[in-house]
Ligand binder design. Sequence first.
Ligand code: BTN
Length: 334
Amino acid sequence: MTARSIPGTTDRRIDALLTLLAENAMIVISGAKIAREIGVTRSTVWRWIEKLRALGVKAKGHPRKGYQIERVPDVLAPNLLRRRLHDIPFGKRIYHFFKVDSTNNVALRLGHEGEPHGALVIAEEQTAGRGRLGRPWHSEKTSGIYMTVLLRPPISPVHAPLVTLLAGLAAYDAVVEQTGLRPDLRWPNDLLLNGKKFCGILTEMHAEPDRVNFVIVGIGIDVNHAKMPDELASIATSLRMETGRTHSRLELVARLLRCLDRYYNQFLREGSGPILARFAETSSYARGKRVRISAAAESYTGVTAGLDASGLLRVERDDGRVELVLSGDVTEAD
Ligand code: BTN
């Protein structure tokens, strides 16, 4: 089943062009051959190559001979992604955008329109990326990963917070596998390196009282940002800033979706136990961390005391009362 065509998604022929270039890295291919293979004119090939160059694709033009790509481009093109995901449901239907307001907005629409489980919306740039608690999400062109997965879990809404947790665990495992770094996981699913955030997840749900209709999991990862804007510099970082080298977004997305598939199936098979245990293992925030909780109604400090069975954070307040945190901001307190 292939993805429907929806306004603004990347032209399939650009996808084909990227695949052709990736498959022929280092080889000079003539503009006429490319045009023939993907079914456009030579001037369109030239125009599209210019567009890809603006996204960092290193394509050298050789007068009268053609184009030569210097390395496999790190564009999240559906074809390149699909072949890394052939055996899992994520990646069967991919909606790729060069630019979109928010991948969560698109996924919400698709969810309401009956799109099946596993659809993936992914963008090179977002103009109105959304974070938790109504905040904006900085979504600089081609530096980060901006993607949303549509899930239709056969669960009751009270268990939905576990989907939020397992998405964070999937991102955690993917980053560890690819970079060897050891991030921290801040409840419910922020990933931090040296105390600064580089990955955030916005889960949104459409449900009836007793059953989830769909959940969308929007994941943003700061991968190859050389620096953060001034207003975020004290709280945000990127994998490149932490390691001093760039990382393949394509490989990281593929790893993340594999990890997500694994945790999701484990959750459906075995319930919350393994998810809660894994969270306790990887997050310094799970237990014994002094935190400030800033929720809509109030802000207080206390010490974390594990998660409850549905994944909510237990916090023992300074006055001894125990709270269950449903949403709100968790920060380390002194
Ligand atoms: C957070 O505040 O920590 C959550 C950030 C989530 C950002 C991602 S980027 C892809 C998806 N589309 C959005 O508009 N938001 C999420």
